[in-house]
Write a new protein. Structure first.
Length: 197
Protein backbone atom coordinates (compact mmCIF):
# COMPACT_ATOMS: atom_id res chain seq x y z
CA UNK A 1 0.00 0.00 0.00
CA UNK A 2 1.34 3.41 -0.98
CA UNK A 3 2.29 5.70 1.90
CA UNK A 4 0.74 9.13 2.22
CA UNK A 5 2.96 12.22 2.38
CA UNK A 6 2.27 12.43 6.12
CA UNK A 7 3.32 8.79 6.65
CA UNK A 8 6.50 9.31 4.61
CA UNK A 9 7.37 12.40 6.63
CA UNK A 10 6.66 10.59 9.93
CA UNK A 11 8.97 7.79 8.81
CA UNK A 12 11.66 10.31 7.88
CA UNK A 13 11.42 11.90 11.34
CA UNK A 14 11.53 8.47 13.02
CA UNK A 15 14.63 7.52 11.00
CA UNK A 16 16.31 10.78 12.02
CA UNK A 17 15.54 10.05 15.68
CA UNK A 18 16.95 6.53 15.34
CA UNK A 19 20.15 7.99 13.94
CA UNK A 20 20.39 10.38 16.90
CA UNK A 21 19.83 7.56 19.39
CA UNK A 22 22.45 5.33 17.78
CA UNK A 23 24.98 8.17 17.71
CA UNK A 24 24.27 10.13 20.89
CA UNK A 25 21.64 8.33 22.98
CA UNK A 26 17.96 8.99 23.59
CA UNK A 27 18.70 12.01 25.78
CA UNK A 28 19.79 13.85 22.63
CA UNK A 29 16.39 13.37 20.97
CA UNK A 30 14.72 16.72 21.61
CA UNK A 31 12.26 18.71 19.54
CA UNK A 32 14.99 21.28 18.89
CA UNK A 33 17.53 18.65 17.76
CA UNK A 34 14.96 16.84 15.60
CA UNK A 35 14.05 20.16 13.97
CA UNK A 36 17.75 20.81 13.21
CA UNK A 37 18.34 17.31 11.81
CA UNK A 38 15.14 17.04 9.76
CA UNK A 39 14.79 20.67 8.68
CA UNK A 40 11.18 20.79 9.94
CA UNK A 41 10.07 23.50 12.35
CA UNK A 42 9.09 22.72 15.94
CA UNK A 43 5.45 23.31 15.12
CA UNK A 44 5.64 21.08 12.04
CA UNK A 45 6.95 18.21 14.16
CA UNK A 46 3.86 18.42 16.36
CA UNK A 47 1.68 18.16 13.27
CA UNK A 48 3.16 14.71 12.64
CA UNK A 49 3.18 13.52 16.26
CA UNK A 50 0.75 14.46 19.03
CA UNK A 51 3.50 15.02 21.61
CA UNK A 52 6.92 13.67 22.57
CA UNK A 53 5.44 10.80 24.62
CA UNK A 54 3.52 9.59 21.56
CA UNK A 55 6.61 10.13 19.41
CA UNK A 56 8.88 8.08 21.70
CA UNK A 57 6.29 5.31 21.89
CA UNK A 58 6.12 5.03 18.09
CA UNK A 59 9.91 5.29 17.86
CA UNK A 60 10.32 2.44 20.34
CA UNK A 61 7.95 0.18 18.39
CA UNK A 62 9.79 0.95 15.16
CA UNK A 63 13.15 0.14 16.75
CA UNK A 64 11.82 -3.14 18.18
CA UNK A 65 10.70 -4.04 14.64
CA UNK A 66 14.26 -3.30 13.45
CA UNK A 67 15.69 -5.60 16.12
CA UNK A 68 13.22 -8.39 15.33
CA UNK A 69 14.06 -8.13 11.61
CA UNK A 70 17.76 -8.35 12.32
CA UNK A 71 17.46 -11.29 14.73
CA UNK A 72 15.01 -13.26 12.59
CA UNK A 73 17.33 -12.99 9.60
CA UNK A 74 19.78 -15.29 11.43
CA UNK A 75 19.38 -19.06 11.48
CA UNK A 76 19.93 -20.53 14.93
CA UNK A 77 19.28 -24.15 13.94
CA UNK A 78 21.67 -26.60 15.61
CA UNK A 79 21.61 -30.34 16.21
CA UNK A 80 21.54 -29.70 19.96
CA UNK A 81 18.50 -27.59 21.01
CA UNK A 82 20.43 -26.22 24.01
CA UNK A 83 23.17 -24.93 21.69
CA UNK A 84 20.43 -23.44 19.53
CA UNK A 85 19.04 -21.51 22.50
CA UNK A 86 22.50 -20.31 23.47
CA UNK A 87 23.14 -19.09 19.91
CA UNK A 88 19.88 -17.14 19.91
CA UNK A 89 20.72 -15.45 23.21
CA UNK A 90 24.29 -14.79 22.10
CA UNK A 91 22.88 -12.94 19.07
CA UNK A 92 20.55 -10.96 21.35
CA UNK A 93 23.57 -10.02 23.49
CA UNK A 94 25.65 -9.13 20.42
CA UNK A 95 22.83 -6.93 19.12
CA UNK A 96 22.79 -4.78 22.23
CA UNK A 97 26.56 -4.60 22.49
CA UNK A 98 26.57 -3.32 18.91
CA UNK A 99 23.73 -0.92 19.79
CA UNK A 100 24.14 0.01 23.49
CA UNK A 101 22.17 3.23 23.10
CA UNK A 102 19.21 1.19 21.84
CA UNK A 103 19.32 -0.94 25.00
CA UNK A 104 19.45 2.18 27.17
CA UNK A 105 16.51 3.64 25.24
CA UNK A 106 14.44 0.45 25.59
CA UNK A 107 15.11 0.00 29.30
CA UNK A 108 15.85 3.45 30.75
CA UNK A 109 13.40 5.76 29.00
CA UNK A 110 10.07 6.10 30.91
CA UNK A 111 7.61 5.24 28.12
CA UNK A 112 3.93 6.10 28.41
CA UNK A 113 1.75 3.61 26.59
CA UNK A 114 -1.21 5.25 24.84
CA UNK A 115 -4.65 4.04 25.94
CA UNK A 116 -5.96 1.03 24.03
CA UNK A 117 -2.67 0.57 22.17
CA UNK A 118 -1.82 -3.12 21.90
CA UNK A 119 1.06 -2.58 19.48
CA UNK A 120 3.74 -3.37 22.07
CA UNK A 121 1.95 -6.50 23.25
CA UNK A 122 1.70 -7.72 19.64
CA UNK A 123 5.39 -6.98 19.05
CA UNK A 124 6.33 -8.75 22.27
CA UNK A 125 4.55 -11.88 21.06
CA UNK A 126 6.36 -11.62 17.73
CA UNK A 127 9.66 -11.16 19.56
CA UNK A 128 8.99 -14.14 21.84
CA UNK A 129 8.45 -16.23 18.72
CA UNK A 130 12.20 -15.96 18.08
CA UNK A 131 12.91 -18.11 21.14
CA UNK A 132 9.71 -20.16 21.19
CA UNK A 133 10.68 -22.58 18.43
CA UNK A 134 13.92 -23.48 20.18
CA UNK A 135 12.26 -23.90 23.57
CA UNK A 136 9.56 -26.13 22.09
CA UNK A 137 12.33 -28.36 20.74
CA UNK A 138 13.54 -28.79 24.32
CA UNK A 139 10.15 -30.21 25.27
CA UNK A 140 10.01 -32.47 22.20
CA UNK A 141 13.43 -33.85 23.06
CA UNK A 142 12.48 -34.33 26.74
CA UNK A 143 14.99 -31.80 28.03
CA UNK A 144 12.23 -30.00 29.92
CA UNK A 145 8.50 -30.43 30.27
CA UNK A 146 6.19 -28.28 28.19
CA UNK A 147 4.67 -26.59 31.25
CA UNK A 148 8.17 -25.44 32.32
CA UNK A 149 9.03 -23.67 29.05
CA UNK A 150 7.64 -20.28 30.05
CA UNK A 151 9.34 -20.10 33.46
CA UNK A 152 12.69 -21.35 32.12
CA UNK A 153 12.57 -18.92 29.18
CA UNK A 154 11.69 -15.98 31.46
CA UNK A 155 14.43 -16.91 33.91
CA UNK A 156 17.05 -16.89 31.14
CA UNK A 157 15.72 -13.72 29.46
CA UNK A 158 15.44 -11.73 32.71
CA UNK A 159 18.88 -12.87 33.87
CA UNK A 160 20.40 -11.91 30.52
CA UNK A 161 18.73 -8.49 30.49
CA UNK A 162 19.90 -7.90 34.05
CA UNK A 163 23.49 -8.81 33.18
CA UNK A 164 23.46 -6.50 30.15
CA UNK A 165 21.96 -3.71 32.26
CA UNK A 166 24.66 -4.13 34.92
CA UNK A 167 27.30 -4.14 32.23
CA UNK A 168 25.98 -0.87 30.78
CA UNK A 169 25.59 0.78 34.18
CA UNK A 170 28.09 3.39 35.26
CA UNK A 171 30.10 0.88 37.31
CA UNK A 172 29.56 -2.17 35.11
CA UNK A 173 32.61 -4.33 34.88
CA UNK A 174 31.11 -7.23 32.91
CA UNK A 175 32.17 -7.68 29.32
CA UNK A 176 30.14 -9.29 26.56
CA UNK A 177 32.29 -12.43 26.96
CA UNK A 178 31.61 -12.48 30.74
CA UNK A 179 27.90 -12.34 30.06
CA UNK A 180 28.09 -15.18 27.53
CA UNK A 181 30.09 -17.29 30.01
CA UNK A 182 27.48 -16.66 32.71
CA UNK A 183 24.72 -17.43 30.23
CA UNK A 184 26.33 -20.79 29.40
CA UNK A 185 26.49 -21.64 33.11
CA UNK A 186 22.86 -20.63 33.66
CA UNK A 187 21.53 -22.51 30.63
CA UNK A 188 23.56 -25.61 31.50
CA UNK A 189 22.28 -25.48 35.08
CA UNK A 190 18.66 -25.05 34.01
CA UNK A 191 18.67 -27.44 31.06
CA UNK A 192 21.53 -29.93 30.89
CA UNK A 193 21.14 -30.99 34.51
CA UNK A 194 17.44 -31.59 33.95
CA UNK A 195 17.83 -33.79 30.86
CA UNK A 196 15.86 -37.03 30.86
CA UNK A 197 14.22 -36.52 34.29
Amino acid sequence: MKQTKKERTQKEIIESAKYIIHEKGFEAVTVRHLAEVTGYSHTNLYYYFKDMNAFFWILRLDMIEDMISELTSISFEKDDPIEEILDAFFCYTDYFYEHPNVFRFFYFYPFIQPDKDDSYKNLEQKFNGIWQKSFIRLAYESVIQTEDIQIVAKTIIYALQGMIMLSFSSNGANTKEDIKDELIKLVNYLLRNKKNY
